[in-house]
Structure formats: structure tokens, C-alpha cells
Design a protein around this ligand. Structure first.
Ligand SMILES: Cc1cc2nc3c(=O)[nH]c(=O)nc-3n(C[C@H](O)[C@H](O)[C@H](O)COP(=O)(O)OP(=O)(O)OC[C@H]3O[C@@H](n4cnc5c(N)ncnc54)[C@H](O)[C@@H]3O)c2cc1C
Length: 384
């Protein structure tokens, strides 16, 4: 009987795993993806929607299209995961697997920020529905105060709120209203962009200041009120607040026992194997502590690299080949700056005694690379 490989989650990591497996194994195994969604698009599109630079539809592809590559796609809710038995219950059916890959991502939890849900003028920057609702407000704004607020940890794509601030600055500038709009970025973290180290934090601060965007670090949100964010140490008024809520894994992951006592699955950082035989966990649903105790950033690029490594490991085992090289913690995240420029936060996140992460200065070429990042993957995965 063919080996059964069950991938939970058809996002960045899950799709990359399935495509890589199919490439390595030919028709040798049964590869199944389970996801509640019927389509895939990249998170980076949300920021383009916010400032009118693109639509979600342009970057959306049907996950079901993977069936033409011999990948079975089942659209349903995962209800129960038994890692011992490698058995999964869903709304559609129960599935048993020889190999199980958990790629269920991290969920933004606006409900953990008191007063955010349903607050007029305040929007969850990480959810497509509120972002789509915020876009016309941004487009119509002529004066007032915009606050970008990193309210909780962890959150995916650490540069994204900074990108939002820089893109909004450029948007207001191009409309000639920037001088009438005050902009502030606040973060609960002790420094800006901590993954990029002290030098990166300094650079980020200079870039914000140069554009007249105020920033405040170590600002812990108590609650949102109409037109006002209440922090532990003072208030900030807003006309539009774009809030990054803390993320948590889907409830089914926690209930499975895969997270132990903690919130996240903690696999082997090099192999992404969990303590259960033939069960792997990849992407945003995992926690990997770096040498400086910061977590490995939750980013699509890492989810993809994890997926490729796990696929290579499973294929090698099935084919009786030696195991592939370890996931090495190297990677890069784009930091879009507006005006057709992007910088690159890149390096060796697993380096010791400190992650060796640097920011390559902004350029139009890096911005082009970011656009290619999306286009190439959509083509490779979905053929268009
Ligand atoms: C605004 C923004 C900008 C970003 N920009 C970038 C960028 O420029 N570069 C980059 O590398 N990353 C970026 N990211 C981060 C990137 O989107 C994530 O890190 C990436 O999607 C993680 O991949 P994943 O496979 O772990 O999880 P996901 O892609 O989130 O996939 C998880 C999947 O699991 C499914 N699922 C969850 N629970 C269940 C369940 N119970 N039953 C069925 N299905 C379920 C979900 O529907 C989802 O499709 C950005 C994110 C945001 C929000």
C-alpha cells in the first residue's frame, strides 16, 4: 500500500510540503491536504489592500487546483488530532496517516485586545475583512491621527506593522494630506523590530523619524475606547487605529496535546520532528527559541523552508535514502518602504551566541524581488 502523508493546513507551509513531496516521490505516495479554506493568498496582500496598491483577488488561487498535481485536497474543519495514532477527525471524515505534518498556522486573536472588536475606527491589521473595511477610511482621510499599534505577542511577519506605517506615510504624502495627519507607531516590545538587533532597531527608528512618524516602545495596551487607546502609561488619541493582536495556535492544536504545557508546538529546530514518531510541525504553529531567547519569526518564507525540509526527510525515509541537511535557520523577510522600495531583513537566525541578522538597505530591486516572491510561488504551486 502507498504511504499516506496527511498535511493539516493548506497555507504557505502545507502547500510547500505537498508540492515538494510530489516532486520527490512522483506518484509513489498518497498526499492529502486538509484545510477549512478553499483558497490561498499571501498575507502581504493585506497591506497592499490597505493603501490601494492591489487586491486580494489578484493574488488568490484555489487550493483545489493542486489536485491536478496528484495532491488530494479536502476542504473541511480539523476537529481532533491524535498524534500517537496519527489519526485526525474532521467534519468530513476521519483520516489515518503514516506521516502527519501539522501546518495549521497562528491565528490573530483580536478578542485578546479589550475593546478592539467592533470598535469604530479601530481595525485588526492582520484580518482581511477589517483591513478591507479600513481601506476606504484611509483613502478618505484628510486630517487626523493614525496609530499603528503592536498590541500583543507573538505576531507573524514582524516587519509588517512597520511596512504598514511606511506605506501609509507614502499614501498620505502622494495625496498631499500627510502634513495634516499625525502618525504614531506603538509597540509592546522593548525595541523596534527586535529580531534585527540593536542596529536594526536604530535604523528603523531613523526611517520612521525621517518621515515624521512618532514611535513609542514598551507600550502595553490596557483597552481600546472610542477614539482613544488606553495604555498602562497614558493614552493616545486616534481617528484610525490599526492594531496587531497577539497570535495563538488554532484551538485544535492545543487540544491535541502537541503543545505540551505551552502555547505552541516545540519541534526539533533542525528537523521539525515532534516527539511523536513520523509527526512533524512546521511554520507559524511552532515555537523555536533563538540564542537570544527571541522566537524564530513567524514568516511564510520560514514555513516554506520548513515544509521543503520535512518533505525531503519523509521522501528520504520512504525511499531508503540518507536524511537531508538540517533546516539551518537562514532566511530573509522583505520590509516594504513605499515609493517602490523595499529593504531586506536577512541572516542566520540560528547563529550563536546571537542571531546574525542585518538589514540590507532599501532598493527598487528588492521591491521587485518581493513582487517576484509572490508571483513565482503562485506559478510554481498553482501553475498561474
Ligand atoms: C500583513 C501580513 C504580511 C505578511 N507578509 C509576509 C511576507 O512579506 N513574507 C513572508 O514570508 N511572510 C509574510 N507574512 C506571514 C505569512 O503569511 C505567514 O507566516 C505564513 O502564512 C505561515 O504559513 P503557515 O503555513 O505556517 O500558516 P498559514 O499560511 O496561516 O496556513 C495555515 C492554514 O491552516 C488552516 N487551518 C487552521 N486551523 C484549521 C482547522 N482547525 N481546520 C482546517 N484548517 C485549518 C488555515 O485555514 C490556513 O490555511 C505576512 C503576514 C501578514 C498577516
Amino acid at each position: 500500500m502507498a504511504d499516506r502523508i496527511l498535511i493539516l493546513g493548506g497555507g504557505f507551509g502545507g502547500i510547500a510540503t505537498a508540492i515538494e513531496l510530489r516532486g520527490l516521490l512522483g506518484s509513489e505516495a498518497e498526499i492529502t491536504i486538509v484545510d477549512r479554506r478553499d483558497s490561498f493568498f499571501m498575507g502581504l496582500r493585506k497591506l497592499w489592500v490597505l493603501v490601494g496598491l492591489g487586491t486580494i483577488a489578484e493574488g488568490t488561487r484555489r487550493i483545489g487546483a493542486l489536485s491536478s498535481r496528484g495532491i488530494r485536497v479536502i476542504q473541511t474543519e480539523v476537529r481532533r488530532i491524535d498524534p500517537h495514532a496519527r489519526r485526525v477527525e474532521t467534519d468530513a471524515d476521519a483520516f489515518a496517516a503514516d506521516y502527519l505534518v501539522v501546518a495549521l498556522g497562528a491565528e490573530p486573536r483580536p478578542d485578546l485586545v479589550p475593546g478592539l472588536v467592533g470598535q469604530a475606527g479601530a481595525f485588526d491589521l492582520y484580518d482581511v475583512t477589517p483591513v478591507t473595511a479600513a481601506a476606504p477610511r484611509i483613502k478618505a482621510l484628510e486630517r487626523g491621527r493614525v496609530v499603528i499599534c503592536i498590541a500583543g505577542l507573538p505576531y507573524k511577519c514582524p516587519p509588517a506593522p512597520y511596512e504598514a506605517a511606511l506605506l501609509l506615510h507614502e499614501h498620505f504624502r502622494s495625496r498631499g494630506v500627510r502634513d495634516a495627519i499625525g502618525m504614531t507607531l506603538t509597540t509592546v516590545q522593548p525595541t523596534l523590530l527586535p529580531n534585527a538587533g540593536p542596529e536594526g532597531a536604530r535604523w528603523m527608528g531613523e526611517e520612521l523619524t525621517r518621515r515624521g512618524i512618532a514611535y513609542e516602545t514598551g507600550r502595553k495596551v490596557v483597552r481600546l475606547e472610542p477614539e482613544r487607546i488606553v495604555y498602562e502609561n497614558g493614552d493616545l488619541a486616534y481617528d484610525v487605529a490599526l492594531v496587531v493582536p497577539p497570535h495563538r495556535p488554532p484551538a485544535v492544536v492545543k487540544q491535541s496535546g502537541l503543545t505540551g504545557e505551552g502555547d505552541w508546538i516545540v519541534p526539533d529546530p533542525a528537523t521539525l520532528a515532534t516527539s511523536w514518531p513520523c509527526v512533524y510541525a512546521i511554520g507559524d504553529v511552532i515555537h523555536v527559541a533563538l540564542a537570544n531567547q527571541m522566537p524564530l519569526p513567524k514568516a511564510g518564507l520560514f514555513a516554506e523552508a520548513h515544509g521543503r525540509r520535512v518533505a525531503a526527510a519523509i521522501a528520504a525515509e520512504i525511499q531508503g535514502q540518507p536524511q537531508p541537511p538540517a533546516f539551518d535557520g537562514r532566511g530573509a523577510c522583505f520590509l516594504e518602504m513605499g515609493a517602490g522600495q523595499a529593504a531586506l531583513v536577512q541572516g542566520d537566525f540560528y547563529a550563536r551566541p546571537q542571531p546574525a541578522v542585518k538589514i540590507a538597505p532599501p532598493s527598487p530591486e528588492t521591491m521587485e524581488e518581493k513582487r517576484r516572491f509572490e508571483a513565482e510561488r503562485l506559478r510554481r504551486w498553482f501553475g498561474q
